[in-house]
Write a protein that binds this ligand. Sequence first.
Ligand code: SF4
Length: 64
Amino acid sequence: MKVRVDDDACHGHQMCAIAAPEVFGSDDYGNAVVLIDGDLPPELEAKARRAEGNCPERAIIIED
Ligand code: SF4
């Protein structure tokens, strides 16, 4: 499973980083960045899906 953030949609709420701090950080503008290159470790997949579901801008894209 891979995860990415739509930079145009992200508004920098950082709810994703609260839900999954191992997966999401922030750039200099406060927008979300994905901290993990490539496939997520299986143990972080549920957290990433929770962050996707909680993102108010639907800016988190998960690719299975
Ligand atoms: S919750 Fe969504 S909109 Fe907010 S920082 Fe994270 S990805 Fe961006």
